[in-house]
Design a protein around this ligand. Structure first.
Ligand code: PMP
Length: 289
């Protein structure tokens, strides 16, 4: 992720990644009490553009609020700092990881002081990733009555690591996690859609991180007149459907091969999902649909 030249933004300054010290006595390191974002920038005809930067930083501020973490940066300021970070590193197609940690406090009460770090590394697209074989995980998504599930919190991802590693150990590429009622929720780090007879279905909010890419898919569907429904459904309802995909900032739109070894049946190129993938590819690069 970094080398001796990599610049990061940490607590008010741009400095070499190697020189950023960390506080060992803090709630973030000990309890996973941190918030973060995953953002991507792309090379476009009009220079480097951060895709949906405003939406990502609004979500970061909302995460801070939900987690009682003091965080005073304004969205515009965060966007400017991020463009500066990309410029200082000479990056265009990149993944950006803003991270807000709480330090100098080991108590179990709310954060007293926060630190913002902005990290970035070069990342050319995951768009060409092979179709993924996924399995229904035995690990459930965290119960929304136990966590602020719509916030992007460090600690939540321990659940993601468990589910993802379990799927890999069993020979799959990714896990599909269910909610406490057995409804499909999402993967370890992306939202899911499936397609049947030209209509798309995706889990309604409740036990998912409401993704910015998920929202972008709704916008593309509206643009391309593709019907889409937010609803609750069981894995049985999507097994053997025409097509399915994961979507997220890092994953972009990635086609799924099968769920629990039952293949999705239509030729990807002939599906509405395939059209959405093409449209997303263009949209992030500032091309017309
Ligand atoms: N769900 C989870 C658990 C995630 O970690 C992510 C990635 N941030 C997503 C969904 C997709 O969110 P987005 O489209 O905003 O990247």
């Amino acid at each position: 992720y970094y080398n001796s030249k990599t610049i990061v933004y940490f607590n008010g300054n741009f400095l070499k990644a190697e020189e950023a010290g960390i506080d060992l006595y803090g709630q973030s390191l000990h309890y996973g009490y941190s918030i973060f974002e995953g953002i991507k920038s792309y090379k476009t005809d009009r220079g480097t553009k951060i895709f949906k930067a405003k939406e990502h930083y609004e979500r970061l501020k909302r995460s801070a609020e939900l987690m009682h973490i003091p965080f005073d940066y304004q969205v515009g300021e965060l966007m400017e700092l991020t463009y500066e970070l990309l410029e200082r590193n000479g990056f265009s197609d990149a993944y950006i990881r803003p991270l807000v940690t709480c330090s100098s406090n080991m108590s179990l009460s709310k954060g007293q002081k926060s630190y913002l770090s902005l990290l970035a590394w070069e990342w050319s697209n995951g768009y060409l990733a092979d179709k993924m074989k996924i399995m229904t995980s035995g690990f459930q998504r965290p119960n929304p009555n136990a966590f602020k599930i719509e916030a992007k919190v460090g600690g939540h991802y321990v659940n993601s690591i468990l589910a993802c590693q379990d799927a890999k150990d069993k020979g799959y590429d990714e896990a599909l996690l269910l909610d406490e009622y057995g409804n499909v929720a999402e993967s370890s780090g992306a939202n899911i859609f499936y397609e049947k007879d030209g209509t798309l279905f995706t889990p309604a909010k409740g036990s998912i991180l409401p993704g910015i890419t998920r929202q972008t898919v709704f916008e593309i569907c509206s643009e391309l007149n593709i019907p889409v429904k937010e609803t609750f459904f069981k894995p049985e309802e999507m097994r053997g459907a025409d097509a399915a995909f994961f979507c997220g900032t890092a994953a972009e739109i990635v086609a799924l091969d099968s769920l629990d070894d039952v293949p999705f049946t239509k030729n990807w190129k002939d599906t509405a999902s395939g059209k959405i993938q093409q449209a997303y590819y263009k949209l992030v690069r500032g091309l017309s649909l």
